[in-house]
Ligand binder design. Structure first.
Ligand code: DGY
Length: 317
């Protein structure tokens, strides 16, 4: 792979960067600030950059692809490839890979962890102890049980199924929505997200982001979930109409939310900071040592397969 010119879009993983540096001709996009410096950098290396490595927040958009006439492959350090212009890649015959499977367990673990944290108010109880309130004021207020709650999952793909498997162990009935009904005898299918939300206590967003799923959780869905319902988003921020979510939480029309993703990361609506019924984490679904190493190895394996003209390990295109 020594001759492969690779453009890394953002610092994302030290091991990945070190291995790309060791095995390829690595260019770091962030070292040239946006504007004339970056345009000049891209012009200077356009002929030799054959691969782009991005992630959930930094993808290959139309402008970048147009600036790289020698581009052959986009290898994303993420399972979601909503930041990659797939239509353009298809037109240009550019291969695209992602990192499925290796992160499924971590993301599903986080979804369940967020749901329990919201209902049992774990972060708030932790703050109560640290602030000396237990000693000063006595017992913490009662919280809400997680076991047995009806869990509605939007998208029963790899991650959705892993969430279903986990919550079954908590005796939670599993409901789901996706475009086509699957044959899962233990899970109840609803043909719309509103019906799913009406019949669930906890709604988990676990589908890919695309034009059909943007704002799939809108005001109507939040109303259907109701003042005791909890929304868990481990998908993408734009799956949810965020201003509507903030309003529903502030006005008590939605019971709570556990959010790993936001519409404009790393900007999080400040109105959420004051709310006791939300748990917020900074897009860390796959962020464990084990999984990030496995994701990095998949990116490297895909690039190597491409160079050796072998089948890609995890092709999207
Ligand atoms: C991904 O890899 O697309 C997800 O954002 C993991 O959390």
């Amino acid at each position: 792979m020594e001759s492969l010119g690779v453009l890394l879009l953002h610092p994302m993983n030290a091991y990945l960067e070190q291995e790309l540096d060791r095995r390829c001709r690595l260019h770091r996009l962030w070292e040239s600030p946006p504007g004339p410096a970056r345009e000049g950098f891209l012009r200077a290396h356009a002929g030799s950059i054959r691969a782009v490595v991005g992630n959930a927040n930094y993808g290959a958009d139309a402008a970048l692809i147009d600036a790289l006439p020698a581009l052959e492959i986009v290898a994303s350090f993420s399972v979601g490839i909503d930041r990659v212009d797939l239509a353009k890649c298809r037109d240009r015959g550019i291969r695209v890979t992602n990192t499925p499977d290796v992160l499924t367990d971590d993301v599903a673990d986080l979804a369940v962890g967020l749901a329990i944290a919201v209902l049992r108010r774990i972060p708030q109880a932790d703050r109560y102890v640290r602030a000396g309130m237990w000693k000063a004021k006595g017992e913490y207020s009662l919280t809400t049980r997680f076991s047995g709650k009806r869990v509605g999952i939007i998208g029963l793909g790899r991650i959705g199924l892993a969430v279903a498997k986990r919550v079954e162990a908590f005796d939670c009935p599993v409901n789901y929505y996706q475009r086509t009904q699957q044959s899962y005898p233990n899970y109840t299918y609803y043909p719309s997200v509103v019906e799913l939300a009406s019949n669930s206590d906890i709604l988990v967003v676990a589908c890919p982001l695309n034009e059909q799923t943007r704002h799939i959780v809108n005001r109507e869905v939040m109303e259907a979930l109701g003042p005791k319902g909890v929304l868990i988003n481990i998908g993408r921020g734009p799956h949810v109409d965020e201003p509507e979510l903030v309003a529903a939480l502030v006005e008590g029309r939605l019971g709570g939310a556990g959010l790993d993703v936001f519409e404009d990361e790393p900007n999080v609506p400040e109105a959420l900071f004051a709310l006791d019924n939300v748990v917020l984490v900074p897009h860390v679904g796959s962020a464990t040592y084990e999984t990030r190493k496995a994701m990095a190895d998949l990116v490297l394996g895909n690039l190597e397969a491409h160079v050796l003209q072998k089948p890609l390990l995890t092709p999207v295109l």
